[in-house]
Write a protein that binds this ligand. Structure first.
Ligand SMILES: [Zn+2]
Length: 588
């Protein structure tokens, strides 16, 4: 049996201390930490944060640890018990690793719990000890891990049925705000840490609507006995990671609702969609999952072309379900969808990479995006969501409303997840072919090619018009009725002393042709100093005119000519043209 004891031993130094005990270990006992964690497809080498690792035997005698690679150690011994002690440095404020200071502690098991090889399938028990600093004696603890002792939200004893289970219940500790609600008879808890003024009853009301809708979509009972939403509230933050009975989220303070009756603004809508997204993953990826994740191989990359089905379909449903649960109206939902379209249409990379290619290369290209990403890659989240929309509308159209994407999801749930079968690279296509009664290579070709998915005619069938217009500047994310700039610059910038720092340059744009690159400091255009108003000022010049630019690259002054050109129509707005036809898709 494996037992861990973990304590936030020195919050000011961001250190957790862990003692791990293996009873009846193997004569050569191997230990390792994962290189990545499920849901976040990048090698993060968590073991680099392990400090002062030591091994002792049953009588406290020191044992020799041999390091085998960056994350693996072995102990050759003749003891009836091996105990490891180590510390983990926790100073990464993200949902993926661990973070500890005097305000709170958070960790994923994959950052702090070494696996004992050969024992992964057995019971793992954990003592979570409270910090000893007197000023932290009010701290409480939240996790979806099974509790064995201690009151609700107290530190205490916990257990997991396997190592895989152990690392799928992140832990939050501190002085968090708590509220709870029931959805379809299942207790759901919300825990917020960080400074905020959120109206908790409002959060409960809105999340309850989303959760109940999703549980009913896949069918009761829910696949967990209890669920926990954990959010770290920051001045500016966004992100989430799904787990089997919880989710760890980050949001901005302005994203949370302040009253029971405040209208749902764009910020709160984004937070609700994030919650909806991670909750949908409780089915789609935590239980319906690719064959190659059964079981997860966490020591190195696991390549799969299927992430479109897990992140793309989930991204389609996250916004869609906030509408279906009754929280936003039709046009508001179409505005959210317009933003997804716009993110795809602003990417030149969509002509160079297919959705399957994007998925396969998630480990490097998607998760390690650089300044050239928009020219080189497409997101399997956003274009995957458009592909999911394409499947949904095609199913509705060709079967006169008899089937839609929900039927694909419930088949995946019943025939794969509940049968403990992983999905194959072709099973989504086979399910759609079964529902449509025809070969669907024409539809699924859009996973492999780099064509724009022909959604405008399908949307028109459902009473929605898709219009393309020019962007109205950096704040324009799509949707709405803005007219858009006529003249394009083609580079994204941020304010810098002296001018503007170029962050990205779109291939083929006037900025690219003038010679600008990411990192350049643009200081003058037409012999005038540039400011944040630069793009608006460009609108006064006639098409075709050349404009002298001056910029610094490192400490070298460079010049070039910006040719005034028409802005590309890369911003999508969706509007309702026929409310009756819309019912066949957005009818509630
Ligand atoms: Zn996701």
């Amino acid at each position: 049996m494996i037992h861990y004891h973990i304590i936030p031993v020195d919050p000011k130094a961001h250190l957790f201390a862990i003692t791990m005990t293996v009873q009846t270990p193997h004569p050569k006992q191997v230990f390792s930490l994962p290189a990545w964690l499920p849901g976040s497809y990048m090698v993060r080498d968590f073991a680099k944060n392990i400090i002062d690792l030591k091994a002792t035997g049953a009588n406290g005698e020191p044992l020799t640890l041999t390091q085998l690679d960056k994350q693996t150690w072995s102990v050759v011994h003749q003891s009836t018990r091996v105990t490891l002690t180590y510390q983990v440095y926790a100073w990464d404020l993200s949902v993926r690793t661990a973070h500890l200071d005097m305000t709170h502690g958070f960790f994923n098991g994959s950052s702090v719990f070494l696996a004992a090889h050969g024992f992964e399938a057995g019971l793992h028990t954990v003592t979570m000890a409270a910090p000893t600093e007197p000023s932290l004696n009010e701290w409480r603890l939240a996790t979806s891990m099974t509790r064995q002792s201690g009151d609700e939200f107290a530190f205490g004893e916990f257990c997991a049925q396997s190592y895989d289970d152990l690392i799928d219940h992140p832990v939050e500790m501190g002085l968090f705000t708590h509220a709870s609600f029931e959805a379809c008879g299942v207790r759901h808890d919300i825990v917020l840490n960080g400074r905020h003024r959120a109206h908790m009853p409002r959060l409960c009301q809105d999340l309850k609507a989303i959760c109940e809708y999703q549980i009913k979509l896949f069918g009761t009972p829910a696949p967990f006995e209890r669920y926990l939403f954990m959010t770290t509230v920051l001045d500016n933050g966004f992100g989430g990671l799904e787990h089997r009975a919880s989710t760890a989220l980050m949001c901005s303070r302005k994203d949370l609702p302040l009253s029971m009756d405040a209208p749902i603004n764009n910020d709160y809508r984004t937070y609700l969609s994030l919650c909806s997204h991670e909750y949908f993953h409780s089915w789609n990826v935590k239980r319906i999952k690719p064959e190659c994740f059964l079981p997860y191989q966490l020591e190195a990359e696991t390549y799969t072309p299927q992430l479109w089905a897990y992140e793309g379909i989930t991204s389609y449903y996250d916004d869609f379900l906030t509408y279906r649960a009754g929280l936003v109206d039709e046009q508001s939902y179409l505005d959210m969808l317009s933003e997804t379209f716009t993110r795809v249409y602003r990417s030149q990379g969509r002509y160079k990479q297919s959705i399957k290619d994007s998925s396969f290369n998630a480990w490097t290209k998607f998760y390690k995006q650089d300044e050239n990403a928009q020219n080189a890659i497409i997101s399997y989240y956003t274009k995957g969501a458009l592909f999911a929309l394409y499947l949904d509308l095609t199913l509705r159209s060709e079967t006169q409303g008899k089937y839609n994407l929900d039927d694909v999801m419930t088949i995946l749930w019943q025939e794969y997840a509940l049968q403990n079968r992983g999905t194959t690279d072709s099973c989504h296509q086979k399910i759609v072919e079964r529902l449509l009664g025809r070969d669907c290579q024409d539809l699924f070709a859009y996973l492999d090619n780099t064509d724009d998915i022909p959604l405008a005619p399908l949307l028109a069938e459902f009473g929605v018009e898709l219009t393309l217009r020019a962007s109205n500047g950096a704040q324009d994310v799509g949707g709405g009725t803005a007219k858009g700039y006529e003249i394009a610059f083609g580079a994204k910038t941020q304010a810098a002393p002296m001018g503007l720092k170029v962050t990205t340059v779109a291939q083929g744009s006037p900025a690219h042709l003038a010679g600008l690159s990411a990192g350049d400091i643009l200081i003058a255009a037409d012999n005038l100093q540039v400011t944040g108003q630069f793009e608006a000022q460009l609108q006064q010049y006639p098409l075709g005119q050349g404009l002298g630019l001056h910029w610094f690259r490192r400490d070298e002054l460079m010049t070039g000519e910006l040719i005034i050109a028409e802005a590309p129509k890369d911003t999508v707005a969706l509007s309702i043209t026929d409310k009756d036809k819309l019912q066949a898709w957005l009818g509630r």
